[in-house]
Structures are given as C-alpha cells and as structure tokens.
Design a binder for this molecule. Structure first.
Ligand SMILES: Nc1ncnc2c1ncn2[C@@H]1O[C@H](COP(=O)(O)OP(=O)(O)OP(=O)(O)O)[C@@H](O)[C@H]1O
Ligand SMILES: [Mg+2]
Length: 1040
C-alpha cells in the first residue's frame, strides 16, 4: 500500500464516520476527544446531556465507552444492530456497546491474547445491563455450531439464575447486584465461544435475614412464592403470599411494579434446565429456599429461666422435612449451643436473642453456601474440557458504589471493592500510561489526577488499615465490640484526611455524624458507615453445632455445602473482610494479565426515571470516575502503542523493504514501514521500545490495508504454492514421459535392428538363391525358387489374358516355371474356351457354324470378306409378308429357307433390276413381284462365281441345255456372304462357289457367252465396258 492509499483510507474512514451519523446521531460529539474545550467539565456535561436527551446514551473517550442509563427500553439492541456493528471499525459507526464488544473480540482474534472489559459505575448505573448486552452480542456474532450453541445458551442462561439468587431490589436499583461477578468467556482460535467460568465475590448475605425499608430480599424468594407451581408450593409447605414470611416483609415492598416475579420465575425454571440442573437438583434447591423462608418464621419464646423454646412446631416441621434433618436435632441446634469441656460435650441453652441470632446465622449460612454451590454448578456446565489453547474475554460486573442512609459492613466492602477497581483503572490508564510515555522518552506534560491509593491504603494497609484493625478487634481476646473497634480506629488512623468520626470531626461535621459512625471520604464521595454489626458480620460465625446439624441433612446440596471435612471452629477461619480482600487481590491479578477495555456507566438521576438528567449527580460521577483526566490523557496521548517488534511483525507485509524479512532493528523497520505508509509527523511518535499512534483512524487504516494485503499475500502464496505443486507434477510427468520415451525408443530400435538383421539374412539368402537359381533345388535356393514361383504365379494372376484371342500375351515365365507355365497356359486357354463355349447360345452356335462355313469359303479369298465377319447373319432378309402371295403359293410347299433382295443385271445390256432371290429346299428363285422370273433347281446349279475383290457381285451358273431357258444370273447382293453361305448349306453344295480373279465368263444362252470383269478402282462403279463386258469396279479395301 502506498502513501496515497493510506491517506485516502484515513479520509474514507473519516467520511464514513461522518456519513454514518444520521441527523439524530449528529447531536453533540461522539467522541469526547473531539470536545472543545476539552478541559471544560461543563462542555463535557453539555455533550452528555444533549446526547442523553436524544437517547444517545453512548459516547466515547477514545476507546473508553461512557454509557448513561436511559431507564427505558431503547430500540438499539436488535439483531440488525448487532449485524451492523459486526466487523466494522470502532469509529466508523455511532458509539455503541456492540462496537466496543466487537472491537475487543477482533483484537483478541487478531492478536490472540486475553482481554477484559471493566464495567464500572455506581449502583443502578447500568453495569449489569451492559454486561448482558455484551454477552448477547457475542452469542449472536460468534460462529455457531450445534455444540457452540449449547455453550452459548448456557452462558446466556446463567445470567437469569445468578440474578435471581444474587440480585435484589435496593433503594438504588430494582435489580441491584448483591455479589460481584467476573465472567470469563473462552474462545477457540476460530472465535467460537467454547466455554466460560464465573468467579463470584462476597454475596451480601445479611439481606437474607434483614432488608432496609424499601428494599427486598433476593429475587428468588419472591419468584418462588409468586410464580411457583401449586404442587411445588404445597410440597414446600409455602403459601402464595409473601407477607406471610418474615424474611420477605421487612422492607415492606414485596411487590414492585418494575419487577414481574411470575414471569421471572418461568425464565429461571427454563434457565435451570438449559444449564442442566437435574430434577433432583432443582427440588433440593427450592427445598433450601423454602426452608430459609420457614426458618425465618420460627419464633422463640422464653421459658421461666429466660431460655429460648420453640413454640411453633409447624415451621420447624417443614424445615426438618425440606432439609432432611430430624426435627429433634434441628430444634436442639437452634436452641442450644454445644460447649466442649475437657472430656465431654455440654449443651448450653440459648437466650431468645441468641436463638434468633443463631437462626439468622443459619439462614445466612445456608443461603450463602447454596449460592456458592450454584456458581460452581454453573461453572461445571460452562466448563470446556478441551485442553487446546483458548483466548478469553473477561466481563467484570460488580456491585456499584453505593451510599444509603445507613451504611453497614456490606457497603463498606462494596465501596472498598469499587475503590480497588478505581485504583486499577487509574493504574492502567492514567498512571501507567503517563509513566509509559516517560519511560519511552515521549515528550509529555503530566496530567494531574486524583490517585485514590491513599484511600485504598487507609482501608487495606497491613497493621494500620481499617481491615487490619477490624480483624484485630474480631480476633483479640476479651470484650471486643463494635464501639471498641471504632475507638481503635480513632486511635490509630484518627489523623487520616479521608477518615472522620463523631469524636474527631469539627463542630460542623459532627452534626452529621452519630456517635457510632465513621466516615470515609471515598473517591466517589463521602460515606458514613454505622459501625454496628461490623464485628459480627466480619466474624460470620455459625455456632459449631449449627454446622454439625447441617451435616446431617439429607438434602444433597446442603450436604455438599457443609462437608464433614470442614475444619471445626477450633481454628478460626479467615474473617469475611480478609477473605474479600484476598479475593480482590486475586481479581486484580487476573485483570492485570489481560488487555483492559472500559465501560463507565453513569446514572442520570436517583429516581430511576427516564429522561431526567440530574446535572449535579452526573457531574459528580464524571468527576469521581476520573473521566476528565482520562480525556486529557487521551487527548494529549496516543490511542495505540505497540512494541516495535510486534508492530513490525504484523504490518511488515505493507512495505516492500520490510517484507518478508527485515534485517535491521525493529525500530528502524517500523520507521521505514510508517514512512512507506505515509504517516504524518503528528500522527505518531517513536518511543524507546514502542511506536505510539495518536489517532485510532490511522491504525484502522493501517489495519484495513493489512487485511487487504493479507488476502493478496495469501493469494500470492497460494498461487506460488500451486505453481510449485504443478511444476513438481510437471517435472515428474516429464521425467516419466522421457523414461517411457526412452524405453519405447529402445524397443523400437531393437525391433528395427532385429528387422534389419532379418532383412540382411533374407536378402543374402535371396541373392544366394538368385545366384544358384539355375542349380538343382537345394537349401540355398529353395526359398528363392519358391519366391520366384510364387511371384510368377502372383504376377500371372494379375496378367492373365482376358480373352482367348490374347493367348499369345502369356506372361513370360522364369526358367524354372517354363514347363508349368505351358501347362498352365494350356489349362487356362482350355478353361477360357470352355467358359466361352459354355456361354454360347444355340442360336449363336448356329450363327457361328454359318460363319465357319463362310470362312472356309471366303477367308483369304475375297477382299471384303473380313468386313462381313462382324456382321451377324440373319434368318432371312425379306420376311414372308413381303413376298408376293402368288409367289408364296407357288413355292411354299418347297419351304422357303432364305430370301434376300438383289439387283439382277440383264444378261443383255446389263440393265440392273431389283429382284428377290428366294432359296427353298429345292431351288433358288428370282422373283419380280408376283412373277417367278427364273427357277434354278439346285441340281442344275453348276456353280457360283464371285470375284476376289470387294464388290458384291455373284454369278449363278446354271446348266442350260435348252435354249429357251434362261442362262446364268448376274446378281448384286448386299448380303453377299450371308446369301452365299445360306445357298451353300441349302443346296448342300459348298464346293460349287468359286472365287475368281479378273473376269468371269457366263452363259447368256447356251452357246452365247458374256463376261463380267472385275477390277479395283477409285470408286465403286458398274457399267458396260466398250468391249461389251460388264465392268464391276470396286474400291480397294484395306486389309485388316
Ligand atoms: N442500557 C439500558 N437500557 C435500558 N435500561 C437500562 C439500561 N441500563 C440500565 N437500565 C435500567 O437500569 C436498571 C439498573 O441497571 P443495572 O442493574 O445494570 O445497574 P447496575 O449498575 O448493575 O447496578 P448495581 O451496582 O446495583 O448492580 C436496570 O434494571 C434497567 O432497568
Ligand atoms: Mg448490577
């Protein structure tokens, strides 16, 4: 983070602070540190009042929270409000107890250390309420699981139980804490509330048997009587009327409008079950409460000798029943005192006064011890058994400073306790803070403050303090009384400026003091104590047989509270006040080991009224609470300080020079760091061992930056780690891939080598085989020859002649295959022939036979023969329908075999005439239309002449011995070969067909001859030549 962003963040926090101030919240100032003039008490009061009237009860002095009791329910404690304050910086929202609680929690979380919140203020100022609000906040804001919710509920519900048994209505407060309470809430490292522990301090037991006017006994008594179920009351022998019980009526205010005993009873019942009280525990507990009420009602009468006797056995009966102690034993315990003579025990009877005293002492002891049992029991239920390290937040809610008309031993203890806490506060804030500045060499103008050590010393100093004197008086032999105690004080501490008695006082003061009074000038004001009862209460003696009687109880709680192991009164136990003093020393130690936070509660008026702000009362509290001094120190001082090492350790990621490791001294590192962050000179000071930061906002901005940076760093570390992992994986994979590759390559190479070796062998063998191919088969050439054979056969398969005609294209065989090849050829040709023959139809066969015939007659003889080969023969060229019917009638009986159109050349003049030539079985006919022009009986057919050229002329030579008969026929036929083949077959006279060259002589008539000359020419022509011959010229056809 750079300079700019930190400054921006500071400004943003300021802006947020402003923005979050609603119009209502802008009343006055939220932090007294901003007060002007900050030394003015009136300005302080004005601000507090202004805000109070707007129901703004919280105001800060730095991180200290000032709270003014509103005496009314405010709508500022909802779940929504809690959510608003959760995880938000302290000064970014209007002051609230939740903001403090949240800040404590987050500091604990981030620094992993222990804290406590000291809630102080006088009785009725709102301490208990504040502590409850804090607890509720943690209950809602902390992480929740089923287990944690259990603990949470127990923590929450321990409150109503303890309040019922330890709180009471006093003149100052309708729910006044009559015991001190320090509660540790334990958190695990995730911030879950996992357990708790409660320490209780000196319960005001005297209240059990006596209450001042306008005050009540502990709430539980009224709750039981008012709210207890009918059955329960009957079982306890109680009536639903508080007035029937002496211990409940002395204050004359059993019923109070602000308290609802009935509903509180229900809450307590529920709470008891949540904190796991068994049925038996509650039975015994309420048995004890009822028995105390019954005890209070026991009256004693004096017998003739003045000794106490019991007159109402009814109450006795109930006490006996409820505590499980035989009636007789109880009776004797209440009316007699056991005295140990040398060897025997003697019972000495009580006077009535003694008996009453013993009864009350018993009641107080029972109640007091039961209360302690209750706290222990709650602690058991809150205990966290897990031994892992936890951090704690302690809540200290103790009875507040109180001043009544008559103040007794209890007020003395309570006010002494407050005095001690004030001392602690001074110690931790004003004194130590200023001393720290001095030690650290920070320029500092000391702020004067009232140090109440002088009063604490007056009370607790060894040998000279009031407590010592009181103890002395309690323990010394002889007739010590409250008055002798007073005189002793006058004697020993008479000159102390904070102590005064009737005797020591000046005239004016003396009027305000009774003879039996002493007055202490406490930090919070003057308190006049009536010395009566001091010795007695300090001794807190229970007659010895009182304890013995209790030990016989069947009630488990009583049994537990009066253990037989308890030392007898032979050795005096520590006095009450000494015990209290020690417990406060213990408390101080507990608190000193933790980080402090403060809530200072202020009571606005004595009347418990909402909206009333009593200036005098509040001014007084502001004064004695030391708020002005605190403000001055805060204002001049620094909100935050930390050892350089700790500060650097936390924030070093914010500066590149200090991250990740700083080599120099921590102070130098911090200096660099804050320079990088852009702290302004007036925002911080460098001490000897610590850095001091003046404003919280500077720290918050730094913390915010750290939070952002933390995430970034986490992401970076995560990314680096992931990268590292991926790289590692990658390297592994790469190594694996290389390995596999190597193996594979090796394998392939080996295979290749094998292959090559094999190939070399094969080739060698092949060459050897080739070289010896012509030798007889032997091992050297057998494979080669087999190869040659196979190769030849394979090739032959590919190159077989497709037709018989290609038979000469037989693949040349290698020498060793010659014979085989010939055989194969023969077989193959036969096979082809066979296949061909198989494929020939009868028609085609007939046709082919004809063609064979034609071939035998003309092949190689007549020039145009080859062209005829491919022209298929037909059965006839003139169908029967085209032959004149008359002709048909004449020759049909001879069976017409073939007919063809011809051109007939006249024998004389050679005129061409179209005619039909018809072959029957017996003769050939030349037909013109219906006329048979000439019949040539086959027997008279001498021969047929055709030329060797490519013309289509044929000359039918007939035997002509009759002059009338016609001579030879000169014909031209387009289907010459077909016609002649048909003729040769029909006439069965193949040999009569002659192929001639040059010229054919024919008979025109017997004895008269003609000639047809044939020659080749440029074009086909037929004409009568000059020599009278018929000249047939035909074009020369190229031989195929
Ligand atoms: N924040 C608050 N909101 C509303 N009412 C409050 C608040 N704080 C205190 N009160 C009222 O004031 C009464 C007295 O408060 P509380 O019991 O907390 O005083 P205290 O300081 O504990 O006194 P003591 O020292 O006698 O125990 C409460 O019962 C309640 O009625
Ligand atoms: Mg209280």
């Amino acid at each position: 983070m750079d300079f700019k962003s930190l400054e921006e963040r500071c400004n943003q926090i300021l802006r947020n602070m402003e923005a979050s101030l609603t119009a209502r919240d802008r009343v006055g100032i939220q932090d007294f540190v901003l007060l002007d003039p900050h030394t003015s008490e009136s300005a302080f009061l004005d601000n507090l009042r202004k805000r109070f009237h707007e129901n703004l009860i919280y105001t800060y002095i730095g991180t200290l929270l000032v709270s003014v009791n509103p005496y009314k329910e405010l709508d500022i404690y909802s779940k929504k409000q809690m959510d608003t304050y959760m995880g938000v910086n302290f000064f970014e929202l209007p002051p609230h107890i939740y903001a403090l609680a949240d800040n404590v929690f987050r500091t604990m979380q981030s620094e992993f250390n222990n804290h406590f919140i000291l809630i102080s203020g006088e009785s009725g100022a709102g301490k208990t309420e504040a502590s409850k609000k804090i607890l509720q906040f943690y209950a809602v804001s902390c992480p929740s699981t089923k287990l944690l919710n259990n603990v949470r509920d127990r923590l929450l519900f321990s409150n109503p139980v303890l309040e019922a048994f330890g709180n009471a209505k006093t003149l100052k407060n309708d729910n006044s804490s009559r015991f001190g309470k320090y509660m540790d809430i334990q958190f695990d490292h995730q911030g879950g509330a996992v357990g708790g522990h409660i320490l209780s301090y000196l319960l005001e037991k005297s209240r059990v048997v006596h209450q001042n006017h306008g005050e009540r006994n502990f709430h539980i008594f009224y709750q039981l009587v008012e709210g207890g179920e009918e059955d329960l009351l009957r079982w306890l022998g109680l009536e639903r009327n508080c007035k029937n019980y002496r211990y409940l009526v002395q204050g004359d205010c059993a019923k109070v409008s602000s308290i609802n005993d009935k509903s509180d009873w229900k809450t307590v019942r529920k709470a008891l079950s949540v904190i796991e009280f068994s049925e038996r525990d509650t039975e015994h507990l309420f048995g004890i409460i009822a028995s105390v009420l019954h005890l209070g009602n026991i009256k004693f009468d004096a017998d003739a000798r003045g000794y106490a006797t019991l007159n109402n056995n009814q109450e006795m009966h109930w006490v006996s029943k409820l505590l499980g102690i035989p009636n007789q034993v109880l009776q004797q315990g209440l009316t007699h005192r056991k005295i140990e003579a040398k060897t025997e025990e003697v019972f000495s009877p009580f006077s009535v006064d003694h008996a009453v005293y013993a009864r009350d002492a018993l009641a107080k002891a029972i109640y007091g011890r039961t209360f302690n049992w209750l706290v222990n029991k709650i602690n058991e239920s809150l205990a966290n058994k897990d031994s892992s390290r936890k951090t704690v937040i302690g809540l200290l809610d103790i009875y507040g400073f109180e001043v009544f008309n008559v103040n007794s031993f209890e007020q003395f203890c309570i006010n002494y306790c407050n005095e001690k806490l004030q001392q602690l506060f001074i110690e931790l804030t004003l004194k130590s803070e200023q001393e720290e500045y001095e030690m650290e060499g920070i320029e500092w103008e000391p702020v004067p403050y009232f140090n109440n050590k002088i009063i604490c010393d007056l009370v607790e100093e060894k040998f000279r303090g009031i407590i010592s004197l009181l103890d002395e008086e309690c323990l010394r032999p002889g007739e010590a009384t409250d008055i002798t105690f007073l005189e002793k004080m006058e004697d020993k501490i008479g000159g102390h400026p904070h102590f005064v008695t009737h005797k020591l006082a000046d005239q004016k003061t003396r009027k305000t003091l009774d003879r039996g009074d002493f007055r202490l000038l406490h930090y919070a004001g003057e308190v006049t104590y009536c010395v009566v009862g001091f010795l007695d209460k300090n001794n807190d003696l229970l007659y010895r047989n009182g304890k013995e009687v209790m030990r016989q109880s069947k009630n488990a709680i009583i049994k537990h509270c009066f253990p037989s192991t308890e030392p007898d009164s032979k050795r005096r136990p520590e006095t009450v006040v000494t015990q209290f003093k020690s417990s406060l020393v213990g408390l101080t130690e507990i608190l000193m080991s933790k980080e402090p936070w403060y809530v200072r509660c202020i009571k606005p008026n004595e009347a418990k009224q909402p909206g009333h702000f009593n200036d005098v009362l509040v001014r007084h509290q502001v004064k004695y609470l030391g708020l002005m001094e605190h403000l001055r120190v805060r204002r001049a001082g620094f909100a935050y300080r930390r050892k350089y090492e700790i500060f650097l350790q936390r924030y070093k990621p914010l500066c590149p020079e200090t991250w990740p490791n700083w080599k120099g001294t921590a102070a130098e590192g911090v200096q660099l760091l804050i320079k990088h962050l852009g702290y302004k000179p007036d925002e911080y000071k460098m001490g000897r061992t610590k850095i001091f930061i003046r404003h919280p906002r500077t720290l918050f901005a730094t913390e915010d930056a750290f939070q952002v940076c933390k995430h970034k760093l986490a992401t970076r570390i995560q990314a680096k780690y992931k990268g590292f992992r991926v790289k590692e994986d990658y390297l592994k994979q790469r190594e694996a891939a290389t390995k596999i590759e190597n193996c594979w390559r090796g394998l392939v190479a080996r295979k290749e080598r094998e292959k090559r070796a094999w190939a070399v062998k094969v080739i060698k063998k092949f060459i050897k085989g080739f070289m010896t191919r012509n030798e007889p088969a032997c091992t050297d050439n057998s494979e080669y020859l087999a190869y040659v054979r196979q190769n030849y056969l394979t090739r032959l398969k590919e190159n077989l002649p497709k037709t018989v005609l290609e038979k000469d294209s037989w693949l040349t065989p290698p020498p060793i295959m010659k014979e085989v090849a010939q055989l194969l050829k023969k077989i193959y040709i036969r096979h082809m022939v066979w296949k061909y023959v198989r494929g020939i139809t009868p028609q085609r066969k007939a046709q082919l036979l004809l063609k064979v015939q034609t071939s035998s007659m003309f092949k190689g003889k007549k020039e145009n023969y080859p062209f005829s080969v491919c022209r298929p023969f037909m059965d006839t060229r003139i169908c029967t329908e085209d032959i004149n019917i008359k002709v048909l009638q004449l020759i049909q009986h001879e069976h017409i075999k073939y007919s063809v159109p011809v051109v007939k050349y006249d024998r004389n003049g050679f005129r061409p005439r179209l005619r039909q030539l018809i072959f029957t079985q017996q003769a050939a006919y030349l037909v013109e239309e219906a006329k048979i022009k000439q019949r040539i009986d086959y027997s008279s057919l001498r021969g047929v002449s055709v030329s060797n050229l490519s013309d289509n002329f044929l000359i039918l030579h007939v035997t002509c011995d009759d002059i009338k008969k016609k001579g030879d026929l000169v014909l031209q036929c387009d289907y010459l070969f077909e016609a002649l083949t048909k003729l040769s077959i029909t006439a069965n006279n193949q040999n009569s067909i002659k192929v001639v060259q040059g010229s054919v002589r024919f008979d025109i008539q017997p004895g008269r001859e003609g000639f047809v000359d044939f020659k080749s020419g440029q074009e086909s022509m037929v004409y009568r030549a000059k020599n009278g011959h018929l000249m047939v010229e035909s074009t020369r056809t190229k031989s195929r």
